[in-house]
Design a protein around this ligand. Sequence first.
Ligand SMILES: C[S@@+](CC[C@H](N)C(=O)[O-])C[C@H]1O[C@@H](n2cnc3c(N)ncnc32)[C@H](O)[C@@H]1O
Length: 283
Amino acid sequence: MRPTDTAAFAALAGDPVLAIERAEFDRARRLISELAGIQLSPHKRQMVHNRLSRRLRAHGMASFGAYLDLVERDPREREAFVNALTTNLTAFFREPHHFELLAALAAEHGRAQRRPLRVWCSACSTGEEAWSIAMTLREAGCAAEVLASDIDTDALETAAGGVYPAERAAALSAARRRQHLLRGVGANEGWVTVRPELRPMVRFAQLNLQSAEWPPMEPFDVVFCRNVVIYFDREAQRRLLERFTRVLRAGGLLIVGHAESFPATHPAFRACGRTAYRFEPAS
Ligand SMILES: C[S@@+](CC[C@H](N)C(=O)[O-])C[C@H]1O[C@@H](n2cnc3c(N)ncnc32)[C@H](O)[C@@H]1O
């Protein structure tokens, strides 16, 4: 007999007991959109099934509907739900041209300004991007304050820990690894950690880019917002861009991901290099 739709989904996940019904999947999509602004495509049913199954197992639950009820009434589970559905793909010095731009800006800033350069890494995931920013600024000898934030509290814990499997840092030059990382020995063999000199440069905090209120912030010289707005709809992207105009200094840079061009839609942002935009408000 031909399997039913949901039976086929459960079999794919190697779990014959649990299946996510279409209505439950749609409810999960609505919830993650409300909580994080993340728009999940209708093709992500299998992914949602796999990621939420772990949460169901953690609670010994046998239905996605019951689990989503829990998400709606329990703020702690809401956090775990968001953490489960975020995609955290990142790497040290990902899209290296942005770090070359930052190095040039840091050198110029060091010559012209006495105050620290302020950088916001606004979707820092597990921290590789934030530490790459700190490494770049340290190499430039530029006093700096980096705020690194993300909605995902699990990813932030890894980020703040600054400890990574050594292969994640393998693409860094040997000189960079020596200058910025410590190699694990004994029980920590196979791991690296960021050097203590980098740690005071970066402050980690949870921040939902889509929340109604952001905490008060001093203006930034540079905002990294890379590979996150791809998950937001057009209106959310527009609102976010408007909010960035309120936290960027005039002349500051907004740096976005390789597949993103949303700042080009705003008259106050002028393209200056690959997926980098200078904030030039009308005076
Ligand atoms: C694909 S990663 C990109 C990481 C890094 N910026 C990079 O380009 O390598 C996307 C990150 O955006 C975060 N994110 C998703 N929605 C968010 C929101 N509403 N507010 C803040 N961060 C969010 C996710 O938790 C995830 O860590």
